[in-house]
Design a protein around this ligand. Structure first.
Ligand code: SAH
Length: 423
């Protein structure tokens, strides 16, 4: 196994530096809008707060990392991204080593995860030697795409106006071409491995409340009692979203639905069905059982979702049962499986031992053990984060049931989800 540590990236890249006036500007924008056209859905509010082209939280750079608002697994430990890199290589081998693949990451944040994956690809270059690999990043935030470019290519990257799909282009430090897009639809068709880590939880949700008069959508409005403050209200009657998104057999009293996640999953499933590949999705979430999960984070502390929009991260748990439904049977799905089980199946313990043996100083060893605990401890990230995969149906068929028994790729269990296949 590769033994090198990733270069420290603590300097630079952190782009959270906001004058208070910016936060107020977003609130003023929303107040004007609400006064003019009335309450908006939670989805509309969330979209504005996170990705408004001028003032959105992510547009302005987000606060990912220790000095920001929230920290993610790839930022905690290099092992996380390395094991995911190995997952893709193992799937590439299991699928018969296709001549080329695109690695497509949705919402790459600071670019750390792709950086760790690229290091694994480089260390296993002899395995991948005849394969044409390219990286495709789907990112709406211009600030974050700059951070990603700096981390992955080592320099500022020119915008790419002549190409109307990719808005930026560069080459990784290891010589692999990287392209940036605003939308998954802009990514060229072709055999692709998709990756979404803490991406789906940032997409806008609709919220619904069961009342005596039936389902009502939760909306955001101006609080008439307090100047410049927002509040939640219920729609006076059912809205188009209520009609479309609530299942008749629903038993919960409060439901969150993320139609944009459904649309993106449909696209991924169509692309995998048509061109081959796989998708690996990791996020906190549930299987259609949780109710009110909409929350905000600022400075690693809970933050009132309606206060100072644009200055805090807003997020909601991912409903994996909904994602599975939205594949519409075009692909097989595996999971959700808990992060600690997935990483254990991927060999995190062995990898930790190698890194511990190769680190001389106690500080590094302690850091390695601490980050392992953050990722794996059921009370920390081990239980609430889940892995979920989309795979072509044929990938999960037993070899003797395959149409082509001469196939060069013998059936092998899908790494990470090993346990699920034993049944
Ligand atoms: N995957 C990273 C970052 C997670 S934060 C990590 O785990 O550290 C969410 C990321 O999704 C950010 O990069 C944000 O800018 C991006 N994002 C949010 N909404 C998006 C959208 N609608 N389309 C594309 N990217 C989006």
């Amino acid at each position: 196994a590769p033994t090198a540590a990733r270069p420290s990236s603590s300097a630079g890249g952190q782009t959270k530096s906001e004058k208070p006036s910016r936060g107020t500007a977003m609130l003023q924008h929303l107040l004007l809008k609400l006064r003019a056209t009335g309450p908006v859905t939670v989805a509309e509010y969330m979209r504005e707060a996170l990705t408004n082209p001028g003032q959105g939280y992510y547009t302005r750079g987000g606060g990912i990392g220790e000095s920001g608002d929230f920290v993610t697994s790839p930022e905690i430990s290099q092992i996380f991204g390395e094991l995911i890199g190995i997952w893709y290589i193992s799937e590439w081998i299991a699928m018969g080593k296709p001549k080329a693949f695109q690695l497509v990451e949705l919402g790459p944040g600071r670019g750390t995860l792709t950086g760790d994956i690229l290091r694994v690809f480089n260390q296993l270059a002899s395995v991948l030697s005849k394969c044409d690999v390219s990286i495709h990043l789907v990112e709406v935030s211009p600030k974050l795409s700059e951070t990603q470019a700096l981390l992955l290519t080592g320099r500022k990257v020119q915008s790419n106006p002549e190409d109307n799909s990719a808005y930026m282009k560069g080459v990784s430090k290891t010589g692999i071409p990287i392209f940036w897009y605003r939308d998954i639809q802009d990514v060229p068709a072709g055999y692709s491995f998709y990756l979404a880590h803490e991406f789906f939880d940032a997409l806008p949700i609709h919220k619904f409340q069961r009342t005596e008069k039936g389902w009502r959508e939760v909306l955001v409005d101006i609080d008439p009692e307090v100047p410049d403050q927002l509040r939640f209200v219920l729609s006076p009657s059912s809205t188009p979203a209520t009609e479309n998104f609530i299942q008749p057999e629903e038993t919960r009293d409060h439901v969150e639905v993320c139609p944009e996640a459904g649309v993106i999953i449909q696209r991924l499933a169509c692309r995998i069905e048509k061109d081959g590949g796989a998708a690996l999705i990791a996020d906190y979430g549930h299987n259609g059982t949780k109710t009110d999960t909409f929350r905000g984070f600022q400075n690693h502390k809970p933050h009132d979702v309606l206060r100072a929009p644009g200055t805090a991260d807003l997020t909601a748990d991912v409903d994996f049962s909904y994602l599975q439904k939205m594949t519409q049977g075009r692909t097989a799905t595996l999971g959700p499986i808990k992060q600690r089980e997935f990483l254990k199946n991927m060999g995190i313990d062995l990898r930790l031992q190698v890194l511990l043996q190769n680190s001389r100083d106690t500080a590094t060893r302690e850091q390695l053990l601490h980050s392992y605990d953050m990722l794996m401890n059921p009370k920390k990230m081990g239980d609430c984060f889940n892995f979920f995969a989309l795979l072509p149906h044929h990938r999960l068929l037993h070899p003797d049931k395959k149409h082509n028994p001469e196939s060069k790729s013998p059936f092998s269990p899908v790494a990470g989800f090993g346990e699920l296949l034993l049944k």
